[in-house]
Ligand binder design. Structure first.
Ligand SMILES: Cc1cc2nc3c(=O)[nH]c(=O)nc-3n(C[C@H](O)[C@H](O)[C@H](O)COP(=O)(O)OP(=O)(O)OC[C@H]3O[C@@H](n4cnc5c(N)ncnc54)[C@H](O)[C@@H]3O)c2cc1C
Length: 404
């Protein structure tokens, strides 16, 4: 589609993290002319030295896998993925557990695990090659102002300041979104006062494609099967996490072993440890004057739930469908009607995931006999009911949204 006279691009995306890159590919697939601005240096991105593309392992749920298939990227990603065939949920030191099994649920797999850096590099290369995408990096958005017909976007790149006009500006500039702040959109932040320690772990026994979610009274912990190792995400009170981070490998391993138990035998090796503060961001109104928030800029959830990117991907799918329809009926893709349709469709999904991840972070903190008993019964109920397991699989797998 040729942009309107005097308009340089249909859509400008600020932020070339996983969400900005995926949104660029999806929208360019509908023939939109896209300009993507990323502040990071391409050399750092390709060398895995950019914070959006680090060593963290990401769970790709079944709904996201379909999205990557539609973009024709799955064949490139699959060789780097490890399939999850089983998930074991248990409570440390308490009765009750749930085992999700692909055979019991009659599905081919429950999820896949990939490293953020591999996914990021693959998306970056696709974006560079796409004929409808102009990629500017390093390029930092400095100003924008919305008019009746378009948004004027100003950015600085190493050579000189630049500007152009677009119908729509998408802010995929992360949890601390400067665009969101500039628009003055109400932002509700909940600090969990917890830190996630992330590391690769090798154990005596193989993972056999099983992921572990362990609910402890300091917070949830996840171990994701990845190649010959497991990706650990361990949420802890801030002070405790800081103490653990200072320990040497053997002392740290001792503490971790105590927390995860011996289901996988002894921990034989621990990789580099990274720390992420845990908080939740909810933005009730996500657009204003031709500017729409996407990904972490619109909703940030605790990584222990493995939902942030998956939720972002569903947002991109909805936005692409809404824009496709608007183009077909020759509507202005930046107008409030189009953007409010996107928000209306996205709200129930976002609220469900924000609630689910918040429950995971807070519910298991409560340590009272009655609550503990109910929790054990709840886990046993889910364990014994294939129907309840299917419902849970559909929510966590992003599939509940696809048929609603
Ligand atoms: C440890 C961990 C594990 C996780 N595991 C999972 C998982 O298993 N499954 C899952 O679905 N999700 C998971 N997530 C969440 C997922 O990683 C995020 O939801 C996702 O990466 C967010 O991407 P984003 O593009 O919205 O934001 P970001 O990655 O923050 O990207 C924002 C980008 O915007 C750029 N930028 C910012 N300001 C400007 C500007 N002014 N001009 C130009 N560029 C700018 C930045 O350089 C950056 O590249 C995990 C997160 C963590 C921390």
């Amino acid at each position: 589609m040729a942009p309107h006279k005097d308009i340089d691009y249909d859509i400008t995306i600020v932020g070339g993290g996983l969400v900005g890159l995926a949104a660029a590919l999806s929208l360019a697939g509908e023939n939109c002319l896209v300009h993507l601005l990323e502040a990071g240096e391409p050399e750092k991105i390709m060398a895995n030295r950019h914070p959006s593309f680090d060593d963290r392992t990401l769970v790709i749920n079944p709904a996201s896998r379909l999205f990557w298939q539609q973009l024709d990227l799955w064949k490139d990603l699959l060789p780097h993925c490890t399939a999850v065939n089983r998930v074991h949920v248990s409570q440390k030191g308490r009765f009750g557990s749930v085992r999700f099994d692909r055979e019991r649920l009659q599905v081919d797999y429950l999820a896949h695990v990939i490293e953020a850096k591999v996914l990021g590099r693959c998306l970056w290369l696709q974006v560079m090659r796409h004929p409808h995408i102009t990629l500017s990096a390093p390029a930092e958005l400095t100003e924008f102002s919305s008019g009746d017909q378009d948004v004027l976007i100003q950015y600085k790149s190493p050579s000189k300041p630049n500007s152009h006009r677009s119908k729509l500006l998408l802010a995929a500039d992360g949890a601390r979104s400067a665009v969101r702040q500039k628009l003055g959109l109400k932002t509700i932040t909940k600090n969990y006062h917890r830190t996630a320690i992330v590391a690769n772990v090798m154990t005596e026994l193989p993972h056999r494609h099983c992921a572990y979610e362990r609910l402890t009274n300091t917070g949830p912990m996840a171990l994701l099967p990845f190649h010959d190792r497991l990706g650990l995400i361990w949420s802890l009170p801030e002070a405790q996490a800081q103490q653990l981070l200072k320990l040497g490998d053997s002392e740290f391993t001792q503490g971790l072993q105590e927390a995860i138990g011996y289901r996988l035998g002894r921990i034989s090796r621990i990789g580099k440890r990274s720390a992420y503060p845990l908080y939740r961001i909810c933005v009730p109104q996500q657009f204003k004057q031709r500017v729409l928030l996407l990904g972490n800029a619109a909703h940030t959830v605790s990584p222990v739930s493995a939902q942030g990117l998956n939720l972002g991907v569903r947002g991109i799918q909805r936005l692409t469908a809404v824009i496709k329809k608007a183009l077909k009926t020759q509507q202005d893709i930046g107008n409030d009607g189009v953007l409010s349709e996107y928000q209306r469709q996205s709200q129930p999904d976002q609220q469900a995931i924000l609630q689910y991840t918040d429950d995971l972070m807070t519910w298991f903190k409560i340590d009272q006999p009655l609550v503990n008993g109910l929790r054990a019964l709840g886990l046993l109920a889910v364990d014994s009911s294939v129907g309840l397991q299917r419902q849970f699989y559909r929510l966590a797998g992003g599939l509940a949204e696809m048929t609603s």
